[in-house]
Ligand binder design. Sequence first.
Ligand code: FES
Length: 120
Amino acid sequence: MIPVCRIEDLPEGESLRVEAGDATAAIAVFHTDGAFYAIDDTCSHQDASLSEGWLEGCYVECPLHAALFDLRSGEPTCLPARKPVRTHAVTVVDGMLYVHPAVRTVPGEPVHAAPEEAVA
Ligand code: FES
């Protein structure tokens, strides 16, 4: 579990990149549509940082070639990306946002936490 930031430090519509350590690639964390989402930061098409992309609801558009990824599943919805990026669980505990990089998810299954949600 990686501490990201206090939830007030990641306002709605914003994103940030989290270095997850040597064993895991960097993770992009987003606050959009009233929830937090985390996916691999590197686009599955080439080497672009998705945390620098543009948010459209629960989707992020890659800043390099405009592939659109669903933050809930990691699946691309258009070319040129063909492969999904991994999603990561997000929890909020006492106002602190955490990412769980080891958790793999089932495509199509949402993994997000509302700001007021706390996980023991
Ligand atoms: S690097 Fe993301 S779509 Fe090409």
